[in-house]
Design a protein around this ligand. Structure first.
Ligand code: AMP
Ligand code: MG
Length: 421
């Protein structure tokens, strides 16, 4: 009787992620740049507001500014109009016993404590009849109601969205302090790889991962150096690693990390640095290589981190495997390097509108999409080579190991919108 070959211990997705992320910390290097150019950059310091927003009490209606006590004390409803205050003009204090014509966004005159909207008044010449008894503060946006001077409006580690840029601009920040962008070198291995547009020899395939991975890195805001296809030779691979280590924070490769692969990435990284090969109990994916490449002291680029090493991550070559392992592992790693604090994607709980009878030993990440009824449909072919599933789908179902899915069951769904930014 033959004894089974012992398997390398498999890490759970969570264990692998925790180990990987514990190695990442923000890269050094910050700069001050115009707010208009800061989209997608990561703040290196808190942004605090130098002013109150709104900077004064403002009217949120077109109408009349009054003193509520004028109405309450003698029941007076008919008031002379003592001034007119368009937005952007400084008011006079409100004379007791009068109303001020006022417009949306205009400064409430000192002394007034409520706005009566024009629909609840009748104006006749220089007088206005108030038809409503407002509560004090009605239709007034108080100074500082949105933002108080000195308060933090955007904490360090925030990635700047268009709305964050607008918020910074609303408190007069013309420049922002941000971290430098993460520098990533990427290359591809495999003698079968051919560039799109070139004729395909027998046994060859197009280098689709180059396009997917570069796009993913660029969407995360990385500065990418693409070394293209590196010949499957130890010397060439070592030379590329040495060169890439100089001025990058991370070297990312694709292909040749499966066990037993005839390939030079693994020995090349071992010779130029250190490498751990992980078998992760996930599908698609499984192999992931993590390590570092030494940086020669004289090579340390002033702009890059002062560290003596550059991180290395080797992704599997299968297009869906490299896509999924990038989204689940490389994305949060890169965002931590970039200085972000919150990197976990937010998942949704959605109903499975399909049945998957067979449970897998591994943690599956199934390509699925949201149907018009709000449930999830499964792409019929879940093979790790079928890139069509990644375009058809809206995200990944995170299906735990040994779990079959019945129609109607609630599953954990991570939308691509959470994973591609
Ligand atoms: P490997 O991880 O090198 O064993 O490759 C696994 C599978 O992915 C093989 O079928 C490769 O041909 C394919 N593959 C590797 N690299 C790429 C790439 N850059 N683009 C598309 N397919 C690839
Ligand atoms: Mg290969």
């Amino acid at each position: 009787m033959s004894t089974p070959t012992p398997r390398a211990p498999m890490l759970s997705t969570a264990e692998a992620l925790a180990t990987l992320l514990s190695a990442a910390s923000p890269i050094p290097g910050t700069e001050s740049i115009p707010t208009l150019d800061a989209l997608n950059r990561v703040l290196s310091v808190d942004v605090t507001s130098p002013l109150d927003v709104p900077p004064m009490n403002t009217s949120s209606m077109d109408g009349y500014a009054i003193r509520t006590e004028d109405l309450a004390t003698d029941g007076k409803r008919r008031l002379p109009i003592s001034q007119r205050i368009p937005a952007g003009h400084a008011p006079e204090p409100l004379k007791p016993g009068t109303a001020a014509r006022i417009f949306t966004g205009a400064t409430v005159p000192p002394g007034a404590d409520a706005i009566v909207m024009q629909e609840q008044t009748e104006a006749t010449g220089n007088e206005v009849t108030i038809l409503h008894s407002p509560a004090p503060g009605e239709w007034i946006t108080a100074q500082g109601a949105d933002i108080r001077s000195g308060s933090t409006i955007l904490p360090a580690g925030t990635r700047l969205t268009p709305q964050a840029l607008g918020l910074a601009a609303s408190v007069s920040c013309a420049e922002l302090n941000v971290r430098r962008r993460v520098k990533v070198a990427v290359f591809f291995t495999g003698d079968e790889l051919t560039m799109p547009g070139e004729p395909l020899k027998l046994g060859a395939i197009y280098n689709s991962n180059r396009f997917t991975l570069r796009g993913l890195l660029e969407k995360l805001g990385c500065e990418v150096t693409d070394y293209g296809i590196v010949p499957d030779k130890l010397d060439a691979t070592r030379a590329t690693l040495r060169e890439a280590a100089q001025a990058h924070d991370l070297i990312l490769t694709c292909g040749g990390v499966s066990v037993g692969e005839e390939d030079h990435v693994k020995p090349a990284v071992e010779a130029e640095g250190r490498l751990s090969m992980w078998q992760i109990a996930m599908k698609p994916g499984k192999p992931l290589a993590f390590g570092a490449v030494r940086r020669a002291a004289q090579q340390a680029d002033a702009a890059a981190s002062a560290s003596a090493e550059t991180f290395f991550i080797g992704l599997p070559g299968n297009p869906v495997s490299s896509f999924a392992t990038f989204l689940l592992f490389v994305r949060p790693f890169v965002l931590l390097l970039a200085g972000m604090q919150t990197v976990a994607p937010r998942a949704l709980s959605l109903r499975a509108d399909f049945t998957q009878k067979k449970a897998d030993r591994r943690n599956e990440f199934l390509r699925a999409r949201i149907n018009p009824a709000g449930g999830l449909d499964l792409f019929p072919n879940q093979s790790s080579a079928v890139l069509t599933s990644t375009v058809w789908g809206d995200g990944l179902i995170d299906n735990p190991p040994n779990h079959a899915i019945s129609a109607g069951e609630t599953v954990r769904f991570i939308p691509f919108s959470e994973l591609l930014n």
